[in-house]
Design a protein around this ligand. Sequence first.
Ligand code: ADP
Ligand code: MG
Length: 620
Amino acid sequence: MSSIIQLLPDHVANQIAAGEVVQRPASVVKELLENAIDAKATDIKLIVKDAGKTLIQVIDNGVGMTVTDARLCFERHATSKIRHAEDLFDLHTKGFRGEALASIAAIAHVELKTKQDQEELGHHIIIEGSKFVSQEVAVLPKGTSFLVKNLFFNIPARRNFLKSETVEMKHIMDEFQRVALAHPSIYFTLIHNGSENYNLPSSNYRQRIVNMLGGKTNEKLVPVSEDTEIVTISGFVGKPEYAKKSRSEQFFFVNDRFIKSGYLHHAIMNAYDGLLKEGNQPSYFLYLKVPPHTIDINIHPTKTEIKFDDEQALYAILRSSVKHSLGQFNVAPVLDFERDPNLDTPYEYKNKGTDAPLIQVDANFNPFAEEKPIRTNSNSYASSGNYAKRDTSNSWESLYVDLRQDTKEVESIAFESEEVTGSFFESKETEITPSRTYQIHKKYIVSSIKSGMLVVDQNKAHQRILYEQYLTSITVKKASSQQLLFPLELHFSREEISFIQELLPSLENTGFIFDGIQEDNIHITGIPVSIQESEVSILLEELINGLQNDMPESTFSLNDGIAKTMAKSLAVKTGTYLTELEQENLVNGLFACKDPNVSPFNKPTFITLSVEDLDKKFTL
Ligand code: ADP
Ligand code: MG
């Protein structure tokens, strides 16, 4: 029998290897940026179109390549960075495997332009799917430009597998941020679809962090510095009172390389012990320098994990130096966990002095008029959605600006819900007799029904009501807004701003009015009728956080996610006292829902206990 084993042709082998290195456009960005840094560039431009699906270009002013190197660099295992196996234990460059360019060239159209400083002319090479297309001499500036077009053009399955533009761009921004934060002395620019997302001039670490994350960041940072034999630590941690819900501002760099380490993260959390509110995440930007031979560099190129020789010592040093900094900068006394977060607007809005309270008062509210909607505080279901809109003749109606007014529609929705809402307590055909409600432990609402008794979870029930309202307003019928007397100015990082832009159309449908979105702040002039000004920043942060952790694939699930987050964030909380009318409205509102049985997160909203069930309990 003849032998059957054959060597794979190079382009096939490269394509297979490419799968490992290039998972998505962001992988290409990472490899090209790292090569530019290894080439000692001081100015690096990243240009991206359609979140990298159409084009990724990195232009640097580094050392450039000779004509031979320019051809060789696309070969597999072609690297200038190591010569001997021992070099692996003393690595000072980002790349060393010589795989990235071969992989990228195997699955895209690549154009390389490069010129060394001392040369008169540079070289222009085109390669498509590992196939050499052309090579020319060209007049070029010093440095290298890699242009990568049509990623995965020859692997349609991979191309189709790419996520939405927002998701892919988020990955690219993550890579860009990590590299730019690790190398503040390098000038970085990021241009996406023709507009400049980042322009980060050469600076120090602190200034780079501030330029990257927005103007307000500076006052949040506390420096950390420690010098031991095992490790040198520098960088910043965030003051605890600025801690956020998301983990988007947590960065470890080891020898100028971004890494992830659950273990070291734990050390930081440990240092913050007792200083953070439940669920809050501190910001940190920590730069560790360790001798190269004490870490395992033989890691997978796309992985960000790392193995340290003496992890335990590192943990202890990190923990104590962060703790020391927090103590030294006298952070602890500022904390006061008992204060009412509603009084606490974390942004400079609070510097505006004491403005008269606005829009919250219903002057015409008549406590004796039954079945009238009431507006108490924003946390109350009574103030939300249908209830607030139901009676347009109320005087407080004038305080709301109905943007796209279509009163007829609104009324018909209100009428519908009114008709249905009546049914729970007053229905003829259901076996429920009207009955008063009781609130138990500021958590459950209990009422007698014909078959026995009803127990409603106030928080979950309200989540259901709000969820259906928000979903309707986002997808079917834009909701009303309450105009703010003074625009609300909120600060966010650029990445966060880009998320808000993603959410913009949906948020506008829920009643938000945005008046200007700048690089790192937004102005809000109108908010949904159902929420309070003080809740806005928390709500937006939760929405961004949700997106950062899990970006939905489709508009449908994006809208669903927004409605869920808003419902969860704004629903009346366990522990809130409700008046009897509020309790009743809540129960009515719940049973007017399309799907009253479960919360948006699939938890039961109510249970019933039959008289027989109760009887059994007493005859045991
Ligand atoms: P590695 O970075 O692991 O060496 P790559 O495939 O990323 O492998 O790059 C191969 C080689 O091409 C590098 O070792 C380097 O010599 C050269 N090279 C790549 N990008 C640049 C650049 N921007 N400037 C100068 N040389 C470069
Ligand atoms: Mg490389």
